[in-house]
Design a protein around this ligand. Structure first.
Ligand SMILES: [Zn+2]
Length: 484
């Protein structure tokens, strides 16, 4: 029997506001436990929440970027449940009137045909709403006790719920990467899954192909990376298929992904909405957002990844492969645009950025803004290679030195005496030495093994610490052999 997989994702995004959503406590990660708390976020009796305006405008920004309808009528509701990390005994969330609904994002449609088709699949966003985060329970093995940290309590969250439009684990992965990139462009969150700023729960069910009715779904939690989401969904897809094939039932439940074992395990039976006894939050008055505020936010939206990709292809005529890499990091693509304002060597800039520059950024775990590189300096470095002053090899070392010392290309080249040697008389002397030192190789070349010439060039480069012009060295060696 052929089955169809149905996946819907819920993404929780912590917004990077200065303060929490309903109080003035700092919204910071990694501080000493229970130091960023006040009577409001601790839920002490008699306190009243006040909505953070930045959180609201970030929510509207996200709504617009995800092509959602923005609901200007803002109303909050209480979601009641008891858990030690939720001091009030309820979470302030939005129930029937979310900030945003009916949006969509487009992911590559890999099943539609050849990858070069550029076909996209639209994944609908059902709703996106604002709510407060809970605290964090820490289960301490050595103390044999559970502790709770309320620093996270009241952190603004945007919950983004997709429709069940995803049909396989890979599509879920593509949706998450597309969504994350859009959110990064908006600068509303650091989107760091390791810190929990971006979390994802997945609903998955399967049904016989052609069946209209949805199968019984399981909710999967506790995935710490997009890769883990993909693996958990693949496991779950298979588990449910095995159950149905052996005439067993899939139970509606919440399951936890166990990364080490590579399996999901049941956690609890899934709550229904009525279990939460939602009712309007009486401490926050509903209000209307002015149309002008929404329009102001719309006008301030940055260029989004897809639009940037299209523009890069058209404006700079670079390959889609290069453009895709550049747009993955808005700081890097911004740097690229600044560089090509200063030089016509677009392809060279591109190669440097997605080659040595990206390599150093990854190694040093920083972005291009944090590494302290000036666009003009990178352009100068590329110029030096083009003019034959530096070999590619040496230029890469100079680049590392620029990052380490903050010195300019010119200073480093002058200080280290790095200018590429292109002077024929000097190079001829080097070639002479190499030929005298490598009799065996010379004999091989004379017998027709011309590939060994590369070895000689390599020896010359080594001898000059990479300063020789390799093309000239190659030419000189060739000439020696031609002249016998
Ligand atoms: Zn507080």
């Amino acid at each position: 029997m052929i089955f169809e997989t149905i996946i819907g994702l819920e993404v929780h995004l912590q917004l990077n506001t200065n303060t929490k959503i309903f109080c003035g406590c700092a919204n910071l990660f990694g501080k000493e436990s229970n130091t960023l708390v006040c009577p409001v976020c601790l839920g002490l009796p008699g306190t009243l929440p006040v909505l953070n305006q930045k959180a609201l405008s970030s929510a509207i920004k996200i709504a617009l970027a995800l092509n959602c309808q923005v609901n200007p009528y803002i109303k909050f509701d209480r979601k009641n449940y008891y858990y030690p990390d939720l001091p009030k005994g309820y979470q302030i969330s939005q129930y029937d009137l979310p900030v945003a609904s009916h949006g969509w994002v487009e992911i590559p449609d890999k099943q539609a045909g050849a990858p070069s088709d550029h076909r996209v699949k639209r994944i609908n966003i059902k709703r996106a709403h604002l709510e407060e985060d809970a605290g964090k329970s820490i289960h301490d093995q050595t103390l044999n006790a559970s502790l709770v940290d309320y620093n996270r309590t009241g952190t603004p969250l945007m919950e983004i719920v997709s429709d069940p439009d995803l049909r396989c684990a890979q599509e879920a992965y593509d949706y998450l990467t597309t969504l994350k990139l859009i959110l990064q462009y908006l600068n509303v969150s650091d989107c760091d899954m390791e810190k929990g700023s971006l979390r994802c729960d997945a609903n998955i069910s399967i049904r016989p192909l052609g069946e209209q009715k949805f199968g019984v779904k399981a909710e999967v939690k506790n995935m710490n990376s997009f890769k883990a989401v993909k693996m958990a969904l693949e496991f779950e897809e298979n588990r449910q298929r095995q159950l149905l094939l052996s005439n067993q039932r899939v139970v509606q439940e919440t399951r936890l992904w166990n990364e080490e074992k590579g399996m999901t395990f049941p956690m609890r039976s899934k709550e229904e909405a009525h279990d939460y006894r939602y009712f309007p939050e009486p401490d926050l008055v509903p209000f209307m957002v002015r149309e002008s505020m929404i329009e102001e936010i719309r006008a301030s939206l940055p260029e989004l990844p897809h639009a940037k990709l299209e523009r890069f292809l058209k404006e700079y005529q670079i390959s889609e492969y290069d453009a895709q890499i550049l747009i993955q990091d808005p700081t890097l693509s911004g740097f690229f645009e600044e560089c090509v304002k200063r030089t016509s060597m677009i392809k060279k800039v591109c190669n440097w950025l997605i080659g040595p520059v990206l390599q150093e950024l990854n190694l040093r775990k920083v972005n291009i803004q944090q590494i302290g590189l000036q666009t003009q300096e990178l352009v100068n470095l590329i110029d030096k290679v083009e003019q034959g002053v530096l070999s590619n090899l040496v230029a890469k070392d100079v680049f590392k030195l620029m990052l380490d010392t903050g010195k300019t290309v010119d200073t480093i080249v002058a200080e280290q005496g790095l200018t590429q040697v292109s002077d024929d008389s000097v190079l001829e002397k080097i070639v002479e030495e190499i030929i005298n030192d490598n009799e065996k190789v010379i004999a091989e070349i004379k017998q027709g093994k011309t590939s060994a010439m590369g070895f000689l060039v390599g020896q010359a480069m080594k001898k000059t610490q990479g300063k020789a012009n390799p093309k000239k060295i190659g030419d000189l060696i060739k000439r020696r052999f031609e002249n016998g």
